[in-house]
Design a protein around this ligand. Sequence first.
Ligand SMILES: Cc1cc2nc3c(=O)[nH]c(=O)nc-3n(C[C@H](O)[C@H](O)[C@H](O)COP(=O)(O)OP(=O)(O)OC[C@H]3O[C@@H](n4cnc5c(N)ncnc54)[C@H](O)[C@@H]3O)c2cc1C
Length: 279
Amino acid sequence: MIPFDFEYYKPQTITDTIKLYHDLDLMGRKPIYYGGGTEFISMARMHNVYSEAVIDIKGIPELNIHEMKDNELIIGAAVTLTQIAELNLFPLLSLTVKRIADHTIQDKLTIGGNIAGTIIYRESVLPLMVADSDIVIAKKDAVDRLPLKDVFNKRMNLEKGDLICQIIIKKEYLNLPSIHVKRTKVEKIDYPLITMVALEKDKKIRTAFSGLGGYPFRSSKFEQLLNSNKSNKDTKIKDAINSLQSFITDDLHGSSEYKKFMLHNMLYEALENFEEGNK
Ligand SMILES: Cc1cc2nc3c(=O)[nH]c(=O)nc-3n(C[C@H](O)[C@H](O)[C@H](O)COP(=O)(O)OP(=O)(O)OC[C@H]3O[C@@H](n4cnc5c(N)ncnc54)[C@H](O)[C@@H]3O)c2cc1C
């Protein structure tokens, strides 16, 4: 049971939503956006979050868009992980979201919630990182389309009341050769020990990771070393992994040494797969 009362709002436009948030905030109601609501419900039950006004964002048409338009894939922030997997317009994203939680929960979790939520893994960000995606954010006075890399640094840099509206991926990235690997400690359905996505564009491999440390990341230094023209794969991978020293941390899922060992094998297989595909 949620141990406090709250008002429930379901606005129908972005403008109304932003205004409502700021009005409620001024009244001291501690408003919160509600996508799938899984995080709000579980954290409220545990007394880890408090709000007197929940703003359900699923009634806003722009946040439910899921279609190709002018050579771009547009995914509204209220689209669920199940919808993404089923429509499968960006296979690397579909593979990634299919391994977040289980089937039943995927029906509830929204992509906006996965990106903006407090749980550190935010795995759906990884394919968006390697595909140079943009993100549309509604702010108090404007709606901006921004490169994800400019607004995601360890987490989304959102100001109070900012609403993630859409994610936009250019068509040219949707069907490039790609790989998704998720390793967990024991169970198949769990938070990642390491999740890696890799995508090959213009003969260069791009990679992004979750689970290695405290946040999802993509590293240009790592990619430069991984794509170097050294012929020995093992050396290339070792050099690349060494550049990630500061990113890889011990946690409950595994030690940093174990993660490096796993990562080496994952990268070796990934490079072999890409090579095979290029034959
Ligand atoms: C059982 C379970 C297993 C999970 N396993 C994984 C996993 O393996 N990998 C992984 O990456 N994650 C995992 N998660 C985390 C999950 O993806 C996040 O908790 C996510 O926030 C839930 O999405 P939601 O739509 O329910 O979010 P909500 O509870 O609706 O929202 C979460 C937070 O994000 C904010 N928010 C939501 N939408 C927006 C928006 N459009 N703009 C701005 N702020 C917004 C809300 O205000 C709230 O603070 C798991 C969660 C559960 C419950």
